[in-house]
Design a protein around this ligand. Structure first.
Ligand SMILES: [Zn+2]
Length: 429
């Protein structure tokens, strides 16, 4: 685990070893800026030469994986937990507004359709996710010199899809092409068994005209099948098996390009605005998967994918044993009054008994965050990862561990062993 270093002026420098950081701190040549991730700021002037880090971003709609490498070494990896309560909060705000306007009955002109949506508008739930992803990158750039940023935008290159050559790709042509071909077949057959249309089952790549009867290993002869259908079909062609339409569809290359989601294209656009257009590049899931499995030999997780995204093909790095979790926090709430006739104003004090919301505290041996506070009563402490209620205790029994930084609740946890199952299709047999 590296210690992040800021220059005397506060600019990020190269991360250093804990040993050297300790020497600096003991000699009062540096001071601590932040504990998670541990960052120090030098008290003496140094050269500002840095080797920028390569950062990989695995965007998602719930979690975002981010990993940074310098000199063939992973220096930072984080899982960003995005907010998923925006839709709910917007609905609640709308209800408060409706109630308020129904109470005060002066005539209001209809204003529901006189606003134009600006170019690139995203629904608030997606807007929040895109902004949080970029905000996380800006946070990382505040303590690490960030050079190139690579973002995964889709499972495979849709421009290659336009190319009719892909229909003639063979999975024997090379490993990376095999991954591309597999993603292509998955996309073309919509990730379900072509015969019984089963989803969420292990799928196998299947030869429509069996290899034993001269079927080729090209994309135009491949489809997806569940294990049962694959076994049942045996040595028959798809037409003989009773599915002539599968045979017919196989010959037609996939036309409509699965577009990059609006969320991902916004993230790429916004990152380009922050880090420069030439510094931000895009990559695809099949490449990530190839690098992660063939080069790095890592199980699937957001951070491992991010490590693979940051790497070049053939580059081998070792991921860290600890992952930072950045949880995106809400700023406040919309409720201004409560009571039956909205007669009480909600003051919502920032501090209750010296504690704010979302502070990390130690209570009854466990560490959690403050999810609710009562002026006269117990505080609700919730678990950081699961969000489940741990205990309700009086504030007197709480020990503060950390405060939120820049809208993030930051914790460091060992990499979880229970990693998610791989999705996709197994190789043709
Ligand atoms: Zn099936």
């Amino acid at each position: 685990m590296k210690v992040f270093v800021l220059s005397k002026e506060g600019k990020p420098l190269m991360p250093t070893t804990p040993r050297r950081a300790r020497v600096w701190l003991e000699a009062k040549r540096a001071r601590v800026v932040r504990r998670e991730p541990f960052t120090i700021r030098l008290r003496f002037a140094t050269g500002e030469h840095v080797q920028p880090a390569k950062v990989g971003v695995d965007t998602g709609s719930k979690e975002v994986g981010i990993a940074a490498t310098t000199n063939g070494e992973v220096v930072f990896q984080a899982e960003v937990h995005l907010r998923d309560d925006i839709t709910e909060k917007m609905t609640q705000r709308r209800q408060y507004r409706r109630n308020r306007r129904a109470r005060k009955t002066r005539y209001r002109e209809a204003r529901y359709d006189n606003r134009r949506r600006p170019f690139g508008w995203l629904p608030p739930s997606l807007h929040s996710k895109a902004e949080a992803t970029v905000k996380a990158m800006r946070f990382i750039a505040s303590f690490l010199p960030v050079g190139r940023v690579r973002v995964e935008v889709g499972s495979f290159d849709t421009q290659k899809l336009q190319n009719p050559d892909i229909a003639h790709l063979e999975y024997q042509q090379g490993e990376l092409q095999g991954y591309l071909l597999r993603e292509y077949v998955l996309e073309k057959w919509q990730r379900k068994c072509a015969y019984c249309e089963a989803r969420e089952v292990p799928l196998e790549i299947e030869h429509i005209v069996p290899k034993s009867r001269g079927g080729s290993t090209r994309a135009s002869n491949l489809t997806l099948a569940c294990h049962t259908c694959n076994q049942g079909k045996g040595q028959q062609t798809a037409a003989e098996f009773g599915f002539p339409h599968v045979q017919a569809k196989a010959g037609v290359p996939l036309k409509d390009a699965a577009h990059v989601s609006s969320l991902k294209s916004r993230v790429v656009h916004d990152l380009q605005a922050v880090f420069g257009e030439n510094q931000v590049s895009i990559t695809y899931g099949y490449e990530t998967k190839y690098k992660r499995i063939q080069g790095l030999d890592l199980p699937k997780s957001h951070t491992n994918d991010a490590v693979a995204i940051a790497c070049e093909i053939g580059e081998v790095v070792k991921p860290l044993e600890m992952v930072h979790h950045l949880r995106c926090l809400a700023r406040g709430q919309y409720q201004r009054f409560n009571g039956r006739h909205s007669e009480h104003k909600c003051w919502a004090p920032r501090k209750v008994r010296g504690f704010k919301l979302y502070e990390l505290v130690k209570a009854k041996g466990g560490v959690g965050y403050i999810a609710g506070r009562r002026e006269k009563g117990a505080f609700v402490i919730k678990d950081v990862t699961s969000g489940k209620k741990l205990v309700e205790v009086t504030p007197r029994q709480l020990l503060r561990v950390a405060r939120p930084t820049q809208g993030w609740m930051i914790t460091r946890q060992p990499v979880l062993e229970n990693l998610r199952k791989e999705s996709g299709a197994s190789s043709p047999t």
